[in-house]
Design a protein around this ligand. Structure first.
Ligand code: B12
Length: 222
């Protein structure tokens, strides 16, 4: 069992999706995250162990490497793909409640902004670390964020912006969220965003990448 979970973690870390996918070349023809997850389920390993000790363990490793500039966006996207294909087979266990999520995280790129690569990366990393992600997409207006929190009380909210002209929209969205839901915890990020800006607009947290965000989420939701 330990060996199977370690192999699942490795597949996520290196982005080995399934037997059929050629990446990484050193693992060509070998079982990937998909086959190994199915084998683990067949072997009776608890879905929660597959998630936390297999998939999430692998995602944590790639997250740390990304933070330390040891890997770059394409590798993280491969890891996220390996993770999501395995998650497809675990979804039913989340839906019937036998596996608990760590929390809910609403994310969107703010009004006027269509950049979504970074936002998607953050969403995948957060999901990969055991949270349910409600992705509102791009060009998300204040009302959409508010409606999403109404539909998911207690969820954390993340906002992304890549333009100096759209990051200012975060201020209004954040203020409206704080007014409507005084206990809400908000995160902001994106290339032009800074810690000082987060402080200025009253957002709770700024991080420059997904790994730091996940570390904060794990801390505050523990
Ligand atoms: C790809 C890209 C595009 C693509 C977007 C495709 C897509 N589906 O996203 C297209 C071609 C559509 C595009 C359009 C435009 N773009 Co553009 N684009 C880029 C580019 C090259 C890369 C952005 C990217 O994806 N980076 C990779 C990701 C992984 O990084 P990231 O987004 O920063 O995300 C990381 C962190 O910021 C953080 N993060 C991100 N979101 C969040 C959220 C939270 C909560 C947290 C905690 C963290 C976090 O985590 C991520 C992972 O580490 C940048 C230049 C650059 N090098 O940044 C310009 C750039 C952002 N674009 C720019 C501009 C000007 C535009 C346009 C206005 C161009 C035009 N004249 O039409 C339009 C705007 C359209 C619109 N309304 O949004 C400028 C912005 C300048 C500025 N300071 O405002 C840039 C900087 C290019 C430049 N040097 O001029 N763009």
């Amino acid at each position: 069992m330990e060996e199977l979970l370690a192999r699942i973690a490795e597949c996520v870390e290196v982005g080995k999706i399934s037997k059929a996918t050629p990446y990484p070349p050193t693992m060509k023809g070998m079982d990937g995250a998909e086959e190994l997850t199915l084998q683990a389920l067949d072997a009776g390993i608890a879905p929660s162990d597959i998630l936390t000790r297999g998939l999430i363990a692998g995602m944590e490793k790639i997250g740390v490497k990304f933070k330390n500039n040891q890997v770059f966006v394409p590798q993280v996207l491969m890891s996220a793909k390996a993770m999501s294909i395995a998650m497809k087979h675990l979804k039913q266990f989340f839906n019937d409640g036998s596996v608990q999520r760590r929390g809910q995280f609403i994310i969107g790129t703010v009004e006027g902004d269509l950049h979504d690569i970074g936002k998607n990366l953050v969403a995948m990393m957060v999901e990969g670390n055991g949270y349910e992600v409600i992705d509102l997409g791009v060009d998300v207006k204040t009302e959409q964020f508010i409606d999403a929190v109404k539909a998911h009380p207690g969820a954390y909210v993340g906002m992304s912006a890549l333009l100096t002209t759209t990051m200012v929209n975060m201020e209004q969205i954040n203020a409206a969220l704080k007014q409507e839901f005084p206990h809400i915890v908000t995160f902001i990020g994106g290339a032009p965003v800074t810690q000082e800006f987060a402080q200025k607009i009253g957002a709770d947290y700024y991080t420059d990448g997904p790994q730091e965000l996940v570390e904060i989420l794990n801390r505050i939701s523990a």
